[in-house]
Ligand binder design. Structure first.
Ligand SMILES: CC(C)(COP(=O)(O)OP(=O)(O)OC[C@H]1O[C@@H](n2cnc3c(N)ncnc32)[C@H](O)[C@@H]1OP(=O)(O)O)[C@@H](O)C(=O)NCCC(=O)NCCS
Length: 180
């Protein structure tokens, strides 16, 4: 598995995952709206990942500016998941609307192959290269697979906090210190 840039010649494989109900967002099912965007303007769809700027719609419908940071696709000859880094230049601080510096999701039929663990390992040097000394990630308290991915990459549990969106749910806040 390697991380690749989103590209038009890989879009069919990405769209096939969306058609099977996979969503790159862990907080909102965006499969339908992304398929509509691809049908309307495939090149524009790819450009939103490869050019800075743009907007993101949050789980509660709020529209906020997209933070800088690469989106990469996990690729093993076909699309198998995505991982994104987001940050504010010059600081580790994140706006309250961002759930962490890094988010990832693997398509269900490619899980348990070590792909998320490898993808996180491969994107950490990008985070270091843009000047981050550490990255913060959050997981649902019951998301053991994602917690194992973070632990395997040197993550340390920093806090357990109430989930602002899902009442009664807790979220775990993790930190990975990046070697200098
Ligand atoms: C979390 C997720 C990204 C893990 O992807 P993955 O490629 O299957 O992860 P890996 O294969 O690298 O496995 C990581 C660890 O979790 C374990 N694991 C994976 N799926 C598991 C499951 N369903 N039950 C128990 N353990 C599981 C693996 O055995 C591995 O443990 P190990 O390191 O001790 O061997 C994937 O399940 C997913 O996309 N889930 C939905 C989206 C999501 O939760 N994203 C993260 C939000 S914080």
């Amino acid at each position: 598995m390697q991380l690749v840039e989103p590209a038009l010649d890989r879009l069919d494989s990405y769209a096939a995952a969306l058609r099977q109900g996979w969503s790159p967002s862990n907080t909102r099912d965006v499969s339908g709206e992304q398929l509509a965007q691809i049908a309307a303007d495939a090149a524009g769809f790819i450009a939103q990942f490869t050019t800075p700027g743009g907007i993101v719609t949050l789980a509660d419908g709020t529209v906020v500016p997209r933070l800088p940071g690469p989106v990469r696709w996990m690729w093993d000859g076909a699309f198998c998941g995505s991982i994104s880094l987001r940050y504010q230049p010059g600081t580790e601080e994140l706006p309250s609307t961002a759930l962490g510096h890094i988010g990832y999701a693997v398509v269900p039929w490619k899980r348990r192959n070590g792909y998320a663990t490898q993808a996180l390992r491969q994107i950490l040097p990008h985070a270091r290269a843009v000047g981050l000394g550490w990255v913060e990630l959050t997981t649902d308290a019951d998301n053991a697979p994602s917690q194992r991915v973070i632990l395997a990459n040197g993550g340390v549990l920093m806090a357990r906090v109430a989930d602002g969106v899902q009442p009664g749910q807790d979220r775990l806040v993790w930190r990975i210190v990046l070697p200098g």
